[in-house]
Design a protein around this ligand. Structure first.
Ligand code: ADP
Ligand code: MG
Length: 294
C-alpha cells in the first residue's frame, strides 16, 4: 500500500475508534486466513459473576469468606467475582489475617489464612499442591462446565473443601463477528486457559470453531507459532491480560479496548471501544485500501 492510502485508511479507522499503529499491517490483515480469539475478556465481557458455591465439609459462608480474603490480592476477574459475592452476603472477611499470598498465572492463588493454607484455582493447581479430588464435587463440576460455566476448586488445610462456579456473558456482537468471518472463509480458534469443556461450550454458542484449551499464559504464543508453521496467516484478538506475547507473535495483533497498557503496546491494531464488530471493520478497511492501489 502507498503511504497515502495507508494514511487515508488510518484516518478512517481513527474515526471509527480503530487505532492502526503500524500501516504495513493493513496489507497483512487482508491476507489473514485464521483468527485466534482469546476467550475471557475478548469474546466474553470479562466480568465474571458468581454462579454457585458448593462447599464440602465446611460452611458456604466460611468458604467464601476465606476465598475473598485471599482473592482480594488477585487482579483476576474471578477474584473480583468472589470478593463481590462475599460483600453481598455481608460475610465478615476483612478481619481475616492473610499471609504468604502467591499467584500463578493461568492456575490460581494460594495463601495462609490465620496461618492455615488456602489454595484456590484449577484442578492442576490443586494437584500441584497434592490435594486429592473429591468425587462428589467433580460430578457437579462436569455438569457446570458442560454449560460453559468456569469452576475453581478450593482447598483448606490440605483438603478440597469446595468449588466456586463463575460465569461470564458472551459479548453481544461476538456471534455476528464469528458468522461474518466464517462467511469470508476465515478459520477461527478459541484460545484459553479455561477448561476444554467450558471452551467447547463457548465455541458452540458461537456456531463452532476450533478450541485450544487449558493453555498456560506463557504457552499462548506457541499456539500462534504452530498455526503459522502450517502456513496460516494469523490474526490474534486479545485483551492483553496474559496474551501480550501471542499478540506480538501473530502476523496481526489486535487488542480490544479496555485492554491493559501492555496489550496496547504489543498490538498492531487497537480497538478503542471494546466492540468486536470493529475487527470486521478493520478487515474491510484493509481490503479497501489494497483495492484502491491495485
Ligand atoms: P483465560 O485464558 O480464560 O483468560 P486464565 O489463563 O487467566 O484464563 O486462567 C485460567 C484458569 O486459572 C481460570 O479459569 C481459573 O480456573 C484459574 N485461575 C486463574 N487465576 C485465578 C484466581 N485468581 N482465582 C482462582 N482461579 C484462578
Ligand atoms: Mg483474556
Amino acid at each position: 500500500a502507498t503511504p497515502m492510502s495507508i494514511a487515508v485508511a488510518s484516518g478512517q479507522g481513527a474515526r471509527h475508534g480503530i487505532l492502526i499503529k503500524n500501516g504495513a499491517v493493513l496489507e497483512t490483515l487482508s491476507r489473514v486466513s485464521h483468527v485466534v480469539f482469546d476467550k475471557t475478556g475478548t469474546l466474553t465481557e470479562g466480568r465474571m459473576q458468581l454462579h454457585e458455591v458448593a462447599a464440602h465439609g465446611i460452611g458456604e459462608q466460611e468458604l467464601l469468606g476465606m476465598a475473598a480474603s485471599v482473592e482480594r490480592y488477585s487482579e483476576h476477574t474471578i477474584a473480583r467475582a468472589v470478593v463481590d459475592e462475599a460483600e453481598e452476603r455481608k460475610i465478615e472477611w476483612r478481619s481475616l489475617d492473610v499471609t504468604d499470598f502467591e499467584s500463578e498465572p493461568g492456575l490460581g492463588v494460594a495463601a495462609r489464612v490465620a496461618g492455615r493454607p488456602v489454595i484456590i484455582g484449577t484442578r492442576v493447581w490443586l494437584d500441584r499442591h497434592s490435594i486429592t479430588a473429591v468425587e462428589a464435587l467433580d460430578e457437579r463440576v462436569r455438569e457446570l462446565e458442560k454449560a460453559g460455566i468456569t469452576c475453581v476448586h478450593m482447598a483448606f488445610r490440605g483438603r478440597e473443601v469446595g468449588i466456586i462456579a463463575v460465569a461470564d456473558r458472551l459479548r453481544s456482537d461476538a456471534a455476528a463477528l464469528v458468522a461474518s468471518l466464517r462467511a469470508a472463509g476465515i478459520r477461527m480458534t478459541l484460545l484459553t486457559g479455561d477448561r476444554r469443556r467450558v471452551a467447547e461450550a463457548t465455541a458452540g454458542q458461537l456456531g463452532g470453531m476450533g478450541v485450544m484449551a487449558e493453555v498456560l499464559p506463557r504457552d499462548k504464543d506457541r499456539v500462534i507459532g504452530e498455526l503459522q508453521a502450517r502456513g496460516e496467516c494469523v490474526a490474534m484478538v486479545g485483551d492483553g491480560v496474559n496474551d501480550a506475547p501471542a499478540l506480538i507473535r501473530a502476523d496481526v495483533g489486535i487488542a480490544v479496548g479496555s485492554g491493559t497498557d501492555v496489550s496496547i503496546e504489543c498490538a498492531d491494531i487497537v480497538l478503542m471501544s471494546d466492540e468486536l464488530e470493529k475487527v470486521r471493520l478493520a478487515t474491510m478497511l484493509s481490503r479497501r485500501t489494497l483495492r484502491t492501489i491495485r
